[in-house]
Design a protein around this ligand. Sequence first.
Ligand code: NAP
Length: 484
Amino acid sequence: MHYNEALTNAAQAFEIYKKTSPAQRAQLLRGIAEAIEALGDELLEIASRESNLPLARLTGERGRTCNQLRLFADLVEEGSWVEATIDTALPGRQPLPRPDLRRMLVPLGPVVVFGASNFPLAFSTAGGDSASALAAGCTVVYKEHPGHPQTSQLVHKAITEALQKNGLPKNVFQHESGGVEVGQELVTHPATKAVAFTGSYQGGKAIFDLAMQREVPIPVYAEMGSTNPVFILPEKLKENTTELAHQAAASVLLGSGQFCTCPGLLFVPELDATDAFLETLEAELATAAPAKMLHDGIAGNYYKGLEKLLKAEGVQAIVQQETDVLEGRAALASTHVTQWLQSPALQEEIFGPFTLVVTYKSKEELLAAAKALKGQLTCTIWGTDHEQELQQKLTDVLRDKCGRLLYSGVPTGVEVSHAMTHGGPFPATTDSRSTSVGTYAIKRFARPVTFQSAPQALLPVALQDENRSGLWRTINGKLSRSSL
Ligand code: NAP
């Protein structure tokens, strides 16, 4: 009953919050960022204790969280994200007149957000999902991740303070803790209008299935991970052998591999240079200092996943270390692409500092592997200018497999910006049409409404004739900042 109450409260608060102006919502988001900063080092120390992540990493993550909130504040204030579109009436049109039609995006209603274990700040309480939902005008019921409860409660306190300072109801953002059954009740409550989730495939898919079985199904934006394949082309490998091995190793080891963009698959051509590439990669992974993983469950899953993979036919271990309960020790294995193509299990994400090298002999084998891929958050192509034809062929395949396609650099490190897509086809996410990072994430929590032949006084400000804020709107098919 308690959780029913949370959603009932969220639905009531939505009636007030949906009427706030863009300036009010921008002020709230900036206020939350300030209140989080005001928590000072206590927040970082608690987060570090709960997640085993180092203070330096958490300092960066706090900066990212606050910048994200401010980016959404700017977006909302600028206003054109609502896609205001006006088709003026054509009363004299034959054979039938056209009515006045005005469309914009409006918030969905209460959103349930599940926090992620691997980003206690940036993908949790006041992270991207909550920030984009609040920016859109939705109220939020947040399900705390059990890996960092105190961090979460502290951030909740900061959000509540910001709401109070801005004269908004405290139920615009509510915080719930508890186990799986709590999450399930939140997802199935009739007042819930959408769900955002970051975590495991099992968790995300279970929540998605639950939402689809509701009497009134709702959208679920679950980001569930990826193996983030890197395709290394022959000339590139020959020209940059050790540099590429260093780059790959650093990306695999970053944060003990606990990023959803960790490159878990490396497609490497069989050449003279391959041995040198593998030796460098092996040396870096074998000597990397192990760090404590986020929690026992994640460490346990990592070693279980490794054990299963290393038993698979045609897979050779290159770096295999003793397993430890909490420390994530790096591992490396290899297989040939023909074996990989026969074993769908070799496509599964192993969340931790591990990568599987898949060797190939011909470009046909490489393209066959690209075509066999499941949906990914990212794909990366490392090739030279002379290898443009193969790069083009891979691009044609991989564009439909992922949310972000890289041509240099590594997939770890996701920029929070306007052009970012952190999403991708299933099973990377349950909805490939959006992103969970960057400003486009706001569209997940809004839907279009068309007002037909509406009196000026009843129209939202963005759709009125007078364009007081100089908003970019589409008027009769043309972008414009003018009033009508
Ligand atoms: P998780 O097990 O998916 O849990 C995430 C959240 O979802 C938790 O709050 C959990 O609640 C809830 N949940 C899980 N299953 C549910 C269900 N059937 N119904 C309702 N709620 C459910 O993720 P995790 O604890 O962060 O890590 C476990 C594994 O997820 C890792 O080993 C890794 O493989 C993967 N992971 C992937 C990413 C990524 O970015 N792709 C990030 C982190 C983790 P309770 O905790 O209360 O059970």
